[in-house]
Write a protein that binds this ligand. Structure first.
Ligand SMILES: [Zn+2]
Length: 712
């Protein structure tokens, strides 16, 4: 009996009982009677036995609680005992289950109340949101709903053993608050949309665009409208497709050397470039100001570009990069969209390539704004798709397809689940840093079984959704396979083209727990790290084979997760040096941010992991300052990354900007050195997107503070 009883001296015990919240209440035998009657009715037994149960319980109470109050749980235990003694075993069982159910609900509401209270008081510690959510009323409303939905799914929808693994921190079910209402993300098929007669946002029709300015205005609206149907990010897999809206005459005029153009040709070029620049400028502004989710956040948007096929497309890429580099109204660094520049030898990557100049421009912009990030189309796993692979800023990658064409457009991830690798390692048999690997592998396989079951359950749950539940994504037929679906149809025919993914957190801490060093510290650890990643990938493919599903392996970004897992594990395993002694676990396969390592070594060690993570991967290099004046350095780093078979990478550095006078650089003081303003925005990259430091979730904030620069 785990309940507590309070000692009272003078009172006879039976007049009052102790409630669960610790307060006392008057003892009422009719409460026992009613509960037993309820169970009896449910089991088809006579309700008359209730009176006898009350008699037996009271007899026991008088014996045991002469001068102390019984706890409500003591009474319930006695009820069960009485039922058993009377031979009503099945009824006792029903009563026990009824109690368990009630306490589940109670636990849910009491935890929920605490979280709601934190949200009301803007003290959302423990309510880990992502770095893109603001703190206004709508945001709080959304956070409250999110917490309530999480409890609902864990308590009432997800099988209990899987819900337990989530609560217990063995794995993490991502975007739990949206478990049964929508799916993750989409690479929007803009090329197709540009050919359509129009598109309905739900509040009216957008007519087919005729000019680049109206097309890119529509692009922002489409990204926003689709964000409202999904919990994850939205991307434009190939921005250049909007080049069809640049006048065709631009092509011939631009093909001539400037000296041979007629005056009207030159005017046409100037006018087309001016309009494209303004359209791109408006797109960037729109994506940083328009709201989604009832005004509580801006859409998570990503734009892929860099491999144009004609002069109109190339001009559009150039104008976009220029507009992005100019920044927002006061020159601030745009947080959105995330920009991904595709690199491919023969197109733009090497001197002599036809669009090498475009890459040079991208390098300059990246050195000032931390965007674009760069994707490598020649890597062993991207090359089979020519230059088609696109990345979403969250690092997601969706390309291979068991059910149709392997392309990004019209497809996305449905949902991931992430494993807590350090936990597995610590729970394996063996001494602290010398674990039994056989035991670890069998633990890992057990957890992979559960992850498979969890993803299949989620898929079964979202299969129930109908086209009308995602009115824009499916209703406007953005998703591959949704072309012939009607509002009442299941979305399955579309989402079978999507992916489900298994990811993980903390390979570095896992390796330390297993063998005492992580992969930045020893070759043996690197070898084992690669073996673990390969094992998880193989397992994803096996699950895909046996269920005919697109199952992929994910390098989890771990934003809210970074602090959650380690907090739980600290309670279970105490302070384990190099494992639980930080406030976060390291992102996926990354070398820990606090580990001192040179640029070349970081790239050499993380590169080989990219190929295993077909659901998405990224590597970062941390620099001490912007590299605006030194684009060659960035170019050198890119070639090292390409040589290491990386697929996607970013270079990070601090960007501090004065909100009042647009002065920028590394502003160490609390006040702007130019105008004295205290309003300094500190822009940093967090898990794939830029954000302001003051918006980081707590685990991420700590991780950021521990980051150490990588030296050449
Ligand atoms: Zn200033």
């Amino acid at each position: 009996m785990k309940s507590s009883t309070a000692r009272l001296t003078a009172h006879p015990g039976l007049q009052e009982i102790i409630k669960r919240d610790g307060r006392t209440a008057v003892y009422k035998p009719e409460k026992i009677r009613r509960a037993v009657e309820k169970a009896a009715v449910q089991e088809g037994e006579s309700t008359e036995i209730a009176a006898e149960v009350v008699g037996r319980v009271e007899h026991q109470l008088r014996q045991r609680f002469q001068d102390i109050h019984p706890h409500v749980e003591n009474i319930q235990d006695l009820v069960v005992q009485a039922l058993k003694d009377m031979g009503y075993l099945k009824l006792a069982d029903v009563y026990v289950r009824y109690r368990a159910e009630r306490s589940r609900v109670r636990r849910a509401t009491s935890g929920l109340h605490k979280k709601l209270e934190q949200i009301v008081r803007s003290d959302a510690r423990g309510v880990e949101a992502n770095a893109n959510v603001g703190g206004n009323f709508s945001a709080k409303l959304l956070m409250g709903a999110s917490e309530a939905f999480k409890e609902y799914y864990l308590d009432a929808v997800i099988p209990e053993h899987l819900a337990h693994l989530h609560r217990n921190g063995d794995f993490h079910i991502h975007d739990l608050d949206s478990y049964g209402t929508t799916i993750n993300c989409l690479q929007i098929p803009f090329a197709q949309l540009w050919k359509r007669e129009g598109i309905n946002t739900g509040y009216g029709w957008l007519r087919r665009a005729k000019r680049i300015s109206s097309a890119l205005a529509q692009e922002a609206i489409i990204l926003q409208a689709n964000q409202n149907d999904m919990f994850g990010g939205q991307s434009d897999p190939r921005f250049e497709d909007a080049g069809v809206f640049v006048p065709e005459a631009y092509e011939t005029a631009a093909a001539k050397p400037a000296s041979e153009r007629s005056r009207s040709e030159q005017e046409l070029i100037d006018e087309a470039e001016r309009e494209a620049y303004q359209a791109c400028e408006a797109l960037v502004h729109n994506l940083n100001t328009m709201h989604s989710r009832a005004g509580s956040q801006v859409p998570f948007s990503t734009v892929n570009l860099g491999c144009p096929t004609n002069a109109r497309e190339k001009m559009l890429d150039i104008q976009f990069l220029k507009a992005f580099n100019a920044g927002l109204g006061r020159g601030e660094t745009p947080i959105f969209p995330n920009v991904v520049f595709r690199l491919k030898s023969g197109i733009n990557f090497d001197p002599g390539d036809p669009h090498y100049d475009l890459y040079q421009l991208a390098l300059k912009v990246a050195g000032r704004r931390m965007n674009p990030t760069f994707s490598f189309m020649d890597s062993s796993f991207n090359a089979p798709f020519q230059d088609a692979v696109s990345y979403m800023g969250c690092r997601s990658r969706v390309i291979a397809n068991r059910h149709g064409e392997a392309r990004p457009e019209g497809r996305g991830n449905i949902a991931p689940v992430s494993l807590n690798l350090p936990r597995l390692a610590m729970a394996s048999a063996g001494a602290m840093y010398n674990k039994d690997l056989m035991d670890f592998w069998s633990h890992l396989d057990g957890l992979l079984d559960a992850a498979e079951e969890q993803l299949l359950h989620r898929l079964d749950t979202v299969k129930e959704l109908k086209v009308k539940d995602l009115p824009f994504t499916m209703g406007q037929r953005l998703y591959m396979g949704s072309e012939n679906l009607e509002p009442e149809d299941s979305i399955w025919e579309a989402i079978k083209h999507g992916t489900i993914a298994i990811g993980y957190i903390g390979l570095a801490e896992c390796l330390v727990a297993l063998m005492g060093t992580h992969h930045g510290q020893s070759d043996r650890a690197q070898e084992l790290g690669l073996e673990i990643a390969a094992h998880i990938r193989r397992r994803c493919e096996m699950i895909g084979d046996s269920h005919q599903l697109n199952v992929t392996c994910y390098a989890t970004p771990a934003e809210g997760l970074a602090g959650r897992f380690v907090a739980i594990d600290k309670n279970k395993f105490g302070m384990v040096q190099g494992v639980t002694d930080q406030e976060f676990y390291t992102n996926s396969y990354h070398i820990p941010v606090y580990h001192e390592i040179g640029i070349a070594d970081k790239i050499r060690l993380e590169g080989p992991y990219h190929k295993f993570h077909d659901a998405g991967h990224i590597s970062y290099i941390e620099l001490e300052s912007p590299v605006e004046q030194n684009p060659e350095a960035l170019e050198t780093i890119h070639h090292m990354m390409a040589d290491a078979d990386m697929g996607y990478a970013g270079v990070n550095f601090p960007i501090d900007e004065c909100e009042d006078c647009a002065h920028h650089g590394i502003l160490d003081d609390e006040h702007c050195p130019a105008c004295g303003s205290p309003r300094i925005n500190r822009v940093r990259r967090v898990t794939g997107y830029l954000s302001y430091v003051h918006r980081f979730a707590s685990g991420k904030k700590y991780e950021y503070e521990q980051r150490t620069g990588h030296q050449a």
